[in-house]
Design a protein around this ligand. Structure first.
Ligand code: GLP
Length: 252
């Protein structure tokens, strides 16, 4: 696990975009796993800039999003489909057929989850998966649980997640209570993982994820077992870490 400690959100976003862009330049037909939420917004802005100014080419890139709310149509402003179009896909030269996001409106959810896993496999697996982290330690929408859920599945969202995400909705009642999410095994099968976190409200989750015991109550803690994880955190998100315990920590 490489940990980059950066001053602030802007530096985190730039560094993350550089890593994603490097992956794309090394392998122009990379399969990228993408995340939503406030955390990667800045990274997407940087990638759009790189596409416009430096010809960063998305024409052969395939993407798989981590998750989608259950029951929100694509044109709902809070759906992750809408988020991705708005923040990234509408501004780059990706082929629409290469974009994959779970369909939260599918009636047969089990079939949709199986289909999603099959699509990832058909694409040859994910080369680089970008992750944010929930303040309860979730990755994707894998909530704290009694066991690690392996594959893409329907999730009942935690109260804490619903409260955290209500900032995007007009009221708490409008926040969906369920979502479709890649599972822990799906995420762990990615060849490389890039975990981003900023702000003090993520500090405890980051400490538990990076230093705590590996347990399904802290889904992100499983990342300690992955062979190629890069973590980029800002100063505030690193506040609870025992910095001297991390020999791989780099100031950036
Ligand atoms: C969301 C998403 C996650 C995201 C996390 C943190 O609900 N499902 O993929 O990483 O919670 O979100 P934010 O970046 O807005 O803090």
């Amino acid at each position: 696990m490489r940990i980059y400690l950066v001053d602030d959100y802007e530096k985190m976003s730039k560094k993350a975009a550089t890593i994603v862009a490097s992956q794309m330049r090394i392998k122009p037909d990379s399969v990228l796993g993408l995340a939503t939420g406030s955390t990667p917004e800045g990274m997407y802005k940087e990638l759009v800039k790189m596409h416009k100014k430096e010809d960063l080419d998305f024409s052969e890139i395939k993407t798989f999003n981590l998750d989608e709310y259950y029951g929100l149509p694509k044109d709902n402003r809070e759906s992750y489909y809408f988020y991705m179009m708005n923040n990234l896909f509408n501004h780059i030269n990706i082929k629409k057929g290469n974009i994959n996001i779970p369909n939260g409106m599918e009636e047969d959810i089990k079939a949709e989850c199986i289909r999603y896993e099959e699509e990832i496999e058909k694409a040859g697996g994910i080369d680089l998966q970008v992750l944010g982290i929930g303040r309860n330690g979730h990755i994707g929408f894998n909530e704290p649980n009694l066991k690690f859920e392996a594959l893409t599945h329907l999730v009942k969202l935690d109260e804490d997640t619903i409260t955290a995400n209500s900032r995007f909705f007009d009221s708490l009642d409008e926040v969906p209570t369920k979502a479709i999410s890649m599972g822990i095994k799906t995420i762990m099968h990615s060849r490389k993982i890039l975990l981003l976190a900023n702000g003090k409200e993520k500090a405890l989750a980051i400490k538990k994820a990076l230093e705590g015991p590996i347990k399904p109550e802290v889904p992100a803690s499983i990342l300690q077992l992955h062979i190629d994880v890069t973590v980029i955190i800002d100063k505030e998100a690193s506040k609870e870490l025992n910095l001297e315990d991390h020999p791989k920590l780099k100031w950036s």
